[in-house]
Design a protein around this ligand. Structure first.
Ligand SMILES: [Zn+2]
Length: 70
């Protein structure tokens, strides 16, 4: 199964907001990275339940580390 399409928005305090693209309708959902846990479910407005695996979360956290180091 391919991973989710993920992006991060970082504010000036280095707080990360995860942006997840819904695989069904391409709508972008946002969620605070800090409050996410593996196997978190993000419900989309189209009815899709987007499951965030531990692998997706690890990718997002690695991306966050990369961004704040730069
Ligand atoms: Zn959707």
């Amino acid at each position: 199964m391919p991973g989710l399409n993920l992006d991060l928005n970082i504010d000036k305090h280095h707080n990360a907001t995860l942006v997840v693209e819904c695989p069904a309708c391409k709508h972008e959902l946002t969620h605070h990275l800090k409050s996410l846990t593996p196997d978190h479910i993000l419900p989309c407005t189209c009815g899709e339940q987007i499951g965030l695996s531990g692998h997706d979360l690890a990718r997002a956290q690695a991306l966050h580390q990369q961004i704040i180091r730069n």
